[in-house]
Design a protein around this ligand. Structure first.
Ligand SMILES: [Zn+2]
Length: 87
C-alpha cells in the first residue's frame, strides 16, 4: 500500500486480515481507521468478517473439529482488542 495515495476499498479488503491481526505498521493502521470511518461499505464488510472469524472459532471449538485452537484464539483476541481501540 502506497503511503501517499488514499486507501482504496480494494486495498482495504486486501489488507483487512493484517489490519485486524495488528500486523500493519502504525501509519497504515491510521489510514485503515480513517477509511473505516468514512466508508460504510468497508465498515460493514469488517463487521461481517469479524463475525465470520468468530463463527470459525466456534466451529473449531466443536469437539469433532480436529484443528489446533491456539492460532484462531489469538486471532480473535487481536480482533477484539483492535475493535476496543476503534470504538
Ligand atoms: Zn471502502
Amino acid at each position: 500500500v502506497g503511503l501517499r495515495s488514499k486507501l482504496s476499498c480494494k486495498q482495504f479488503v486486501e489488507f483487512l486480515e493484517d489490519y485486524l491481526s495488528r500486523r500493519l505498521p502504525q501509519e497504515q493502521v491510521a489510514r485503515f481507521n480513517a477509511h473505516l470511518a468514512s466508508c460504510p461499505s468497508c465498515a460493514a464488510y469488517t463487521k461481517t468478517y469479524q463475525q465470520a472469524v468468530r463463527l470459525g472459532r466456534a466451529a473449531l471449538l466443536c469437539p469433532e473439529a480436529d484443528v489446533p485452537k491456539e492460532a484462531p484464539e489469538d486471532l480473535v483476541r487481536a480482533i477484539l482488542a483492535a475493535r476496543e481501540e476503534t470504538t
